[in-house]
Design a protein around this ligand. Structure first.
Ligand SMILES: Nc1ncnc2c1ncn2[C@@H]1O[C@H](COP(=O)(O)OP(=O)(O)OP(=O)(O)O)[C@@H](O)[C@H]1O
Length: 765
């Protein structure tokens, strides 16, 4: 149990505490980041850094309540820095409030400074041997005991003013006295529990906790009159909490040019100085260090909005105006005999095993850092460099997911891999339940069917070429069906959906540990297709590196998984497809010539739909039947004028586009017959351009034809606006820039309704 605890449920693992902890005393686990008490120096940086308030100071309120309830003789000591934090109250009001809470006496902690001053003076002025480091800041003591034990003998062998005063008070009042020290310092909570000084102070309460107690008891200090302090009245000790204050308090004459005496505060400066001392780069006589910026007035135990300088002024002011109410009791009048103030320190360093170079290399590689340039030292993990982070991972303080660039990349890879798996699953379903028939009775489709029948039963590699949506995959399936491998798997891979490295491992498999995330051996798709066929769709999109590997597999018939050393035989027939011009690729250098010739053994070129329009009606009826089944809707047929319009289109998306249009029309039709109106607007236009029948009988005369044309233009426009507006008539009227009522009239004239267009939100058709 230490002074800083973690509220696990609040921790969001943002690593802010890791980033801000000067001694890296935070261990990040799978769910939260917690303080390692043996390494913690109680500086409170993590408290300030945690926006979620997941780091909290061990509560002192409950303990104080218990002590007050069980003992009649409880003394409150206000830490030296209190004038900087309770600036909106008179000190006498604070004393009155503390007495109201049940404290028997109230003392100023700065009185403790006088108790240690003689020993300090003696030490500083005597032969020192090594540079002395003041020991009144418990964070500095912890820093040296836990992280720089080589400086133990530099630590001033004297207790802090807090402990000295605690001992003094107990000696004067008897051991039944309980002493609560109220401070800005949370490391003091640590200090009072340490073996060397145990018993002097019973509990340390922060200023914030004291304020909370006043609130809990409904005590409004501003209404209180002044009560007097009971202890010894301090003098220069009041300057102790600010940087440089101890010089004054201990009567050390300091000149800023004198390198013998140094006073500094703040984590950075203190760490720098401690490192300098540890490395013997400087040899002053005495250094006065406070881990908090500006001294104890920068302590984390209570926030107020004042700057360090304003707080410093308040402390100086309290020293200069010695008019506080005091009623020093007789037993404290004499400072002699002084309490025992000497103390020793112990080595509390918990050395964690350092990793060797090989372990660091492995950890770095596990987060995609293979060469020095991969080490960004971005600091997002909380460690300033990737190497320090790797050491932390080795020592169990950090985990791989903390590396942000690595995690982002892995998420991206996972996304791509899931997309691929989803596609594979979809294709498998289509294979299982889809209709593999190749429809068409035009000469070019019949040629394709003939080639399929010829090449199917052979082991020959086939390259299928053609525009998108012309049926390349369907053809690949038909070849497999016609082969003597039909009872073996057909594995389809879309080469565009995977990154190069992922595709290689998907195709050829990988060995455990061969790259990040390769947590076990994995078989590749080539192996899954063993005995059957592999269909590599969009083969024109694979990189030259993978082209080389593919060529090697095709030539040798042997497979080597990523990270593996031993190749093994596979018996797989390859069918590849592309809509890219591979000859251009060979010429421009993005496709290997040798692979091109290896694939181009038997080529089937799929004709575009616009060159086999004779088969369009047959295809339409095929897709109608399929849509009818899928939509569970008894579609009876399609109007002739709709077929005629379909035939006039140039079909850039080929058969897939036709299939989609028929499915859309099947959704839209209200009488189970697909009409021209159920097709995208462009088809009505095509029908019009052909001078075709608009559906109301033949158009004979010029006047009739013009009338019909104009009407049809109007219908088309209105339908377009309605489609764009997703059936919302008001919106469609606004888009058309005509009054809503006029728009309604036009709709009524053509028998159109807004709701018929609800499912036809704009698709750019
Ligand atoms: N002749 C055909 N008869 C029946 N359906 C066909 C025909 N040609 C294509 N299709 C259908 O059209 C859709 C597209 O076909 P396929 O996926 O095979 O085309 P593709 O050329 O491989 O397309 P892409 O290049 O975009 O991968 C599929 O649903 C397929 O079933």
């Amino acid at each position: 149990m230490g002074p800083i605890e973690t509220v696990k449920e609040r921790c969001r693992k943002c690593y802010s505490c890791v980033r801000n902890c000067p001694v890296k005393a935070i261990k990040v686990g799978p769910e939260w980041a917690e303080v390692i008490h043996a390494r913690c120096i109680g500086c409170g940086k993590c408290l300030k850094a945690c926006s979620q308030k997941a780091k909290v100071i061990a509560d002192g309120i409950e303990g104080t309540r218990r002590i007050l309830a069980d003992n009649p003789d409880v003394v409150a000591v206000l830490g030296c820095s209190y004038p900087a934090f309770f600036n909106d109250l008179r000190p006498g009001q604070l004393v009155a409030g503390l007495k109201k809470l049940g404290f028997a006496e109230v003392h100023e902690g700065s009185a403790g400074v006088e108790l240690i001053a003689p020993t300090y003076k003696e030490q500083i002025q005597g032969p020192t041997g090594v540079p002395l480091i003041s020991s009144h800041c418990p964070t500095i003591v912890d820093l040296i005991e836990r992280h720089y034990p080589q400086l133990l003998r530099n630590l001033m062998p004297v207790v802090s003013p807090m402990v000295a005063l605690g001992r003094f008070l107990k000696e004067r009042r008897g051991p039944q006295t309980r002493i609560i020290y109220i401070s800005s310092c949370i490391a003091g909570k640590f200090e009072v529990a340490s073996e060397e000084v145990a018993g002097a102070i019973d509990l340390v309460l922060t200023y914030r906790e004291l304020s909370q107690m006043f609130r809990d008891h409904g005590i409004d200090l501003t209404r209180f009159g002044d009560a007097a302090f009971d202890g010894r009245k301090p003098d220069a000790g009041r300057l102790f909490p600010i940087g440089g204050g101890p010089f004054q308090a201990f009567g050390v004459r300091n000149d800023f040019l004198n390198p013998d005496y140094i006073s500094t505060g703040g984590a950075e400066s203190c760490l720098e100085l401690v490192r300098d001392l540890a490395a013997r780069r400087i040899t002053p006589r005495w250094v006065d260090l406070r881990f908090c910026e500006g001294g104890c007035i920068g302590g984390p135990g209570k926030n107020n909005r004042l700057t360090t300088f304003a707080k410093r002024n308040l402390v100086i002011n309290s020293y200069q105006h010695q008019d506080l109410p005091y009623a020093t009791q007789d037993r404290y009048a004499q400072v002699q005999p002084l309490p025992q103030v000497r103390r020793r320190y112990s080595n509390k360093l918990k050395r964690l095993e350092p990793p060797n170079g090989e372990s660091i290399r492995k950890i770095l590689q596990a987060t995609n850092k293979f060469v020095e340039q991969d080490e960004f030292d971005c600091g997002a993990c909380g460690y300033p460099t990737c190497r320090e982070y790797a050491v932390a991972v080795y020592q169990g303080l950090a985990e791989a997911e903390m590396c942000l660039p690595f995690s982002i990349k892995r998420l991206e890879e996972d996304r791509v891999s899931l997309t691929q798996k989803y596609e594979l699953a979809q294709r498998a379903l289509a294979q299982e339940y889809g209709d593999p028939a190749i429809i068409g009775n035009d000469p070019r489709t019949l040629d394709v069917l003939k080639l399929i029948r010829q090449v199917g039963p052979t082991p020959t590699t086939v390259l299928i070429r053609g525009e998108s949506g012309t049926g390349k995959e369907l053809t690949a399936r038909a070849i497999h069906e016609h082969s003597n491998r039909a009872d073996k798997p057909l594995v389809t891979v879309n080469c565009t959906t995977l990154t190069d490295s992922l595709l290689e491992s998907e195709l050829f498999g990988h060995k455990k540990g061969s790259f990040t995330g390769a947590i076990a051996d994995k078989k590749g798709l080539f192996e899954a297709a063993n005995g059957g066929t592999i269909f590599l769709d969009e083969i024109g999109d694979i990189t030259p590196k993978l082209q080389a590997e593919l060529l090697r597999v095709l030539d040798s018939g042997e497979l080597k998984p990523v990270g593996g050393t031993v190749p093994h035989k596979v018996d797989v027939r390859l069918i590849a497809a592309t809509n890219r011009n591979l000859e251009d690729g060979v010429r421009d250098g993005w496709f290997r010539e040798d692979l091109f010739y290896r694939l181009n053994v038997f080529t089937i070129t799929m004709p575009p739909l616009r060159s086999r329009l004779e088969s369009l009606p047959q295809l339409v009826h095929h897709f109608l039947a399929a849509a009818s089944k899928r939509l569970n809707k008894p579609i009876r047929g399609i109007e002739d004028r709709a077929i005629a319009a379909l035939k006039r289109y140039h079909w850039p998306g080929n058969i897939r586009e036709l299939q989609n249009i028929i499915e859309r029309g099947s959704v839209l039709t209200q009488d189970n017959v697909i009409r021209l109106e159920n097709l995208p607007v462009i088809f009505a236009q095509l029908s019009l351009d052909s001078g075709g029948d608009m559906g109301n009988g033949a158009a004979k005369t010029f006047r009739d034809q013009r009338e019909k044309h104009l009407e049809q233009v109007e219908v088309n426009l209105v339908r377009k606006y309605l489609e764009e507006a997703g059936g919302n008539v008001s919106l469609a009227a606004r888009k058309a820039a005509i009054p809503r009522r006029t728009f309604y009239r036009i709709l009524a004239r053509h028998g159109l309704k807004g709701e018929d267009f609800k499912a036809t939100a704009p698709k750019g058709q």
